[in-house]
Design a protein. Structure first.
Length: 156
């Protein structure tokens, strides 16, 4: 086989393979979330898990020191509110209904969603339930996403 032809064929094959790899990377990068958004989604999942585990201290770990909630509730007040609700129900459920409306900024984010909260004593069906429209504000501090503000309104 002629070496010139073989080198030319290899060069075209390498160029084509490189172009396909670049196209695949560009396509995949358009479908993936950035590391900051992934970290925020993990924080949201962790907060949801703390609620379902009935862990008021775990919930508080996701609250910023300057957290502000409805009617001016602060971080300590939010923990107390969570503890009261968690003591009232032996089993607590929190399900996000529909997609998250997540808006990322430089070191901050806003997340809006609908949440279905249920509570009971562990029977087949929950004894209480409510659907809320939730708006949260997050800030990136100390290498982690912390909940800086939250507001919720009953929708049903």
């Amino acid at each position: 086989m002629d070496r010139t032809k073989s080198s030319s064929t290899r060069a075209r094959g390498a160029t084509w393979s490189g172009a396909m790899l670049l196209a695949a990377v560009l396509l995949l990068s358009g479908c993936t979330r950035g590391p900051s958004e992934q970290a925020l989604r993990l924080a949201l999942d962790g907060l949801q898990e703390a609620v379902e585990d009935r862990d008021a201290a775990g919930i508080e770990r996701y609250l910023a020191e300057d957290f502000i909630g409805p009617e001016g509730i602060d971080r300590a007040g939010a923990r107390r509110l969570a503890a009261v609700h968690l003591m009232r129900h032996g089993v607590v459920g929190m399900d996000v209904v529909g997609p998250l409306d997540l808006r990322m900024g430089d070191g901050h984010a806003t997340v809006r969603f609908t949440a279905a909260m249920t509570g009971g004593q562990g029977g087949l069906l929950p004894e209480s339930g409510q659907v809320y429209a939730v708006q949260t504000g997050w800030k990136f501090q100390g290498g982690q996403w912390l909940l800086a503000s939250a507001d919720w309104k009953r929708t049903l």
